[in-house]
Design a protein. Structure first.
Length: 162
C-alpha cells in the first residue's frame, strides 16, 4: 500500500474545504484548522507551500483568508500532492536499472491517475457530500472560542443546514 504524507492528505482536505465553502469568499485558516482538526500553525505551513506554488491566494485583513486561484474543476489532486511531496516523493534512488524503471513507471501511472481526479469531482462524490451533511448536522465542529465557523452557512446542497 502506498502512503501519502500527512501534509499531502491535509492539503487535499483543506483545498476540498476551500472548494466546498470558499467560492469567491476567502476562508480563514482558523476555520480550516477547526474543520480539519489540525493546528493553525500546521495549516499555515501547508498554505505557505500551496501559496508559493500558486494554488491558493491569501486575502489579508478582517474577513480575509485563502481562496483557490483556479476553478476546482481545473485542479488535479496529483498537482496538490506533488507540491506537498516535492522534497521527497518517489522510489529508490539507487538499485538496478530494472528497479529504477519499475519505480519510474509506477510513479508516472500514479501521477496520471491522481491528475485525473479533479478537486471538483472529488468534492461531488456521494460519500464526501454525506460526510459534509453529517458535519453540518452535528454542529460539534463550530469553534466556541474564535467563532470561525459561526458566520459560514452550509453549502447549497440537499440535506445541509447551517
Amino acid at each position: 500500500m502506498i502512503r501519502l504524507s500527512t501534509k499531502s492528505r491535509y492539503a487535499v482536505s483543506a483545498l476540498m474545504h476551500l472548494a466546498i465553502h470558499g467560492g469567491d469568499t476567502p476562508v480563514p485558516l482558523a476555520e480550516i484548522s477547526v474543520c480539519q482538526g489540525i493546528s493553525v500553525s500546521y495549516v499555515d505551513q501547508i498554505f505557505t507551500r500551496l501559496r508559493h506554488a500558486g494554488l491558493v491566494q491569501g486575502v489579508p485583513g478582517p474577513g480575509g483568508g485563502y481562496r483557490l486561484t483556479r476553478d476546482p474543476a481545473e485542479l488535479g489532486v496529483g498537482e496538490i500532492i506533488r507540491v506537498m511531496e516535492a522534497d521527497g516523493r518517489g522510489g529508490p534512488r539507487g538499485g538496478s536499472a530494472l528497479t529504477r524503471a519499475l519505480w519510474d513507471n509506477l510513479s508516472r501511472r500514479l501521477d496520471a491517475y491522481l491528475d485525473d481526479i479533479r478537486l471538483a469531482d472529488f468534492v461531488q462524490r456521494p460519500q464526501i457530500r454525506e460526510a459534509l451533511a453529517r458535519q453540518y448536522a452535528g454542529g460539534h465542529w463550530r469553534c466556541d472560542v474564535c467563532g470561525a465557523l459561526a458566520h459560514r452557512s452550509a453549502p447549497a446542497a440537499e440535506g445541509h443546514r447551517a
